[in-house]
Design a protein around this ligand. Structure first.
Ligand code: BGC
Length: 765
């Protein structure tokens, strides 16, 4: 059985751009020299879209346009620039990368770095300067339509993955554009909703990913969110952009607006936003276009603010070698290379999470697929039959989701993957099992513009019309027919694999789901399949959790986030035991939507104003406090092998907890991990910290370190995890800073948040 290899922190060899003081001075001098040559009109031309994805150039002065493109799962196809109907080129097919949720499920910084490298190289290969990725908003509620684009409910996991991802991207002389800054965790009323978040929650949960992107990732650009934060639109928030991002974090890169998120000229000009992009073709009327020139001329906006913005853009251009002495040395990039596909496949393999495997039902071993006994007369051996049931077995996901859509060079579906792996000696039969009606929503090609209209962002809760009721009855009939066919097929099969879940009608930008239930009556189908063939393997392809009422009856459940062009190959390899699963959930899967804190406090998916009443108790921090057992816990993921942990050692530094650099290492946790099973496999060792007593309420435990290790059968590795002062700190609202209180802390080490092997108390003075 093959295993994906990893050597841990390879990304460390790629550091963000580090310049000497002298180089910085030279760079800033050059920026001033260029700035001096520009007229106000020319400066403002650089500050806004001249097409949908390109800023204005000042060609006479040697300043090129900034070419941007979505996005997170690969480089998006080309648009004419003033219309949302794709050009329809034959040369903009690209590699389709794992979504951020898939990447997060690898729990592997190396995979994040490599995926970033692919994205950066492809973006550069397609002539882009800025790739509008990664999206790192917190998964606050399972129903957020864009959860599939985001990584996790946990800020530490996000931080550890976003840094290598950005470094990987920017290695190709392309800017990452980390989005959406900040607290953009719902799609409903996304342009206008006021997200009310208290200071501690913002600092502990919603900002750390962005802070790491700036400080450790060195991101060259960042995108503001659509929503308001505590009353101010993020596109012009003085608190967020001016004070936190620029003053406190010292960010000197470019801030790009989300498309259509700017609402004023003067206020936005005063904020630390640099470039306005939007979805309509009236480019000269953008707030940062003619209106800004006029506002400056009238004395309402200042030329100093305009200059600051131009400087930030020029600085990004110099860093990207778009201009300046090194511009002849800019990397050329490449797209659709075989190496990219291998990297994508490796990440996909590690992203698949084995949720349940009772009695070792998986993998489907070669022995199980050997043909039957020879016929007495002819010697013919009857092939084994696999019934593959469910539309997601053949559905292509790459072309959907909103701005994350991709014109994939190809996409291997689960069915194709299985057939490619097994060849002609197994009889693989497919039945769709359920029916997917056509999309009822917005004018598809132009969704990007219409999705910003207020009524489109409403939840789907209108009353059913008579016509809709007729269509629904028709659909129910279709579903019943498909279900009967599927169950009949399952009855004749030796192995049954159901592949269902969601698709980008549900995991989609501009909409939140209105329920965590599986759509298309899949639950009924799954129950019937399990009755007909109790050993049915259930595979869920989806970007966000679903309720699984059949979970106790199904013996094997596999979770497959949208994992890119080789997703089907990776899934087949895992189902057939050619690769050992090593993915872990980067988010909690609650048993019921009713168990979520946001359902209980009613503060999700509302228009106008959403108060984050749960504070820092997001995801497992909440379930653990309330002792609610989720369907599958944060960090959960099974393997085909087993691991034992041994020889835990906790070394504590003499340093004082209350003072000093937050990054200073205070505790080192070491342990042996041994592969005690029969096959090679990977394990993610997780270390959580809990404060025994504190002046403020804190979570029982919080992820503060992890390490992924791959081991041959019988092999042992010693794992070292380091905890800095930061790992023990909370945000103290009195002092407006992180602080740690001396005393006892519990370190919990294990293979999942609910599978803790050992707890150790440390006392920090
Ligand atoms: C999305 C961004 C995206 C932009 C450009 C917006 O609707 O929120 O994530 O990068 O469009 O397509």
């Amino acid at each position: 059985m093959g295993v994906p290899e990893t050597d841990g922190n390879r990304f460390d060899s790629i550091s963000p751009l580090i310049m000497s003081r002298n180089e910085v001075n030279m760079q800033e001098k050059r920026i001033e020299q260029i700035l001096e040559t520009l007229t106000l009109e020319e400066k403002c031309a650089m500050l806004h879209g001249a097409t949908f994805f390109r800023s204005g150039a000042v060609e006479e002065k040697g300043i090129p346009a900034v070419e941007t493109s979505d996005g997170p799962m690969g480089v998006r196809n080309e648009f004419p620039g003033d219309s949302w109907f794709p050009v329809g080129l034959s040369d903009d097919f690209v590699s389709y990368l794992p979504s951020n949720s898939a990447l997060a499920a690898t729990w592997n910084p190396r995979r994040a770095c490599e995926t970033g490298q692919v994205l950066g190289e492809e973006a550069r290969g397609r002539g882009k300067d800025v790739i509008l990725a990664p999206g790192i908003n917190i998964k606050r509620d399972p129903l957020c339509g864009r959860n599939f684009e985001y990584m996790s409910e946990d800020p530490y996991l996000i931080r550890e993955l976003v840094v290598p991802l950005i470094r990987g991207i920017q290695e190709a002389d392309v800017a990452a554009c980390v989005k959406h800054f900040a607290a953009n965790s719902q799609e409903t009323d996304r342009l206008w909703v006021d997200t009310v978040v208290d200071e501690r929650t913002l600092r502990e949960i919603y900002l750390p990913g962005f802070e790491a992107a700036v400080h450790r990732g060195g991101t060259y650009s960042l995108m503001n969110a659509y929503n308001k934060l505590n009353g101010e639109h993020c596109s012009e928030s003085k608190a967020l952009l001016n004070r936190i991002l620029r003053e406190e974090w010292g960010y000197d890169g470019t801030v790009i607006s989300d498309w259509g998120s700017v609402h004023t000229t003067v206020s936005a000009a005063e904020s630390a936003l640099d470039m306005e992009m939007s979805v309509t073709a009236n480019f000269d009327d953008y707030y940062f276009a003619r209106p800004l020139v006029e506002a400056v001329n009238r004395g309402e906006a200042s030329v100093e603010d305009v200059d600051r913005k131009v400087r930030n853009i020029l600085r990004m251009m110099l860093r990207l070698k778009m201009i300046g002495p090194e511009s002849g040395e800019r990397k050329q990039g490449a797209y659709n290379t075989p190496a990219h596909r291998e990297t994508i496949k490796a990440a996909a393999r590690e992203s698949i999470v084995l949720l349940k495997n009772q009695g070792g039902l998986l993998p489907i071993s070669p022995e199980r697929l050997q043909p039957g006994a020879p016929d007495a007369l002819t010697g013919h051996r009857k092939k084994k039959r696999i019934a593959v049931i469910g539309r997601n077995a053949e559905h292509m996901h790459s072309g959907g989701g909103g701005s994350a859509e991709i014109k994939a060079l190809y996409e291997i579906s689960p069915l194709l993957g299985l057939k490619m792996e097994l060849g002609g000696n197994v009889d693989i039969r497919y039945a769709p099992g359920y029916y997917i009606p056509g999309k009822k929503s917005v004018n598809e090609a132009n969704w990007q513009e219409t999705s910003l209209e207020r009524q489109v962002s409403r939840r789907r809760d209108q009353e059913e019309t008579e016509e809709e009721a007729r269509v629904r009855r028709e659909i129910e009939k279709q579903r019943e027919r498909l279900r009967r066919e599927a169950v009949a097929l399952a009855e004749t099969a030796d192995e049954v694999i159901f592949v269902g879940g969601l698709n980008h009608d549900y995991d989609v930008e501009g909409w939140d789901r209105d329920s965590m239930a599986l759509p298309y009556a899949q639950d009924i189908l799954i129950e019937e399949l399990l009755a007909a063939h109790p050993d049915t393997v259930v595979v869920m392809v989806a970007g966000s959790p679903v309720e699984m009422p059949w979970k106790d009856r199904a013996r094997a459940i596999v979770w497959n986030y949208y994992a890119g062009m080789e997703s089907g190959t990776a899934l087949a390899e895992i189902l057939l035991g050619r690769v050992c699963p090593s993915g872990k959930l980067p988010e909690t899967f609650p048993a019921l939507y009713a168990d979520t804190v946001t359902c209980k406090n009613g503060e999700f998916g509302k228009p106008e104003r959403v108060v984050y009443k749960e504070g820092i108790f997001v995801g497992y921090r909440y379930y653990e406090r309330e002792e609610i057992h989720p369907a599958f816990a944060f960090g959960h993921g099974l393997s085909y092998t087993s691991f034992s942990y041994d020889r835990l050692e906790v070394e504590t530094a003499e340093a004082c907890l209350a003072q000093g650099d937050l990054r200073e290492r205070l505790v080192k946790v070491s342990l042996d991990v041994t592969n005690t099973g029969a096959v090679a496999g990977g394990e993610v060792v997780q270390c959580y910290v809990g404060d025994v007593s504190c002046s403020v309420e804190r979570p029982k435990k919080e992820l503060k370190a992890f390490a992924k290790v791959f081991l041959e059968p019988g092999e042992t590795a010693r794992i070292h995890m380091e905890l800095s002062r930061e790992a023990f700190a909370f945000y103290d609202v009195e002092r407006h800073g992180f602080a740690a209180e001396p005393g006892e802390f519990i370190l919990s080490v294990g293979g999942a948040s609910d599978r803790i092997w050992r707890q150790e108390t440390v006392t920090l003075g």
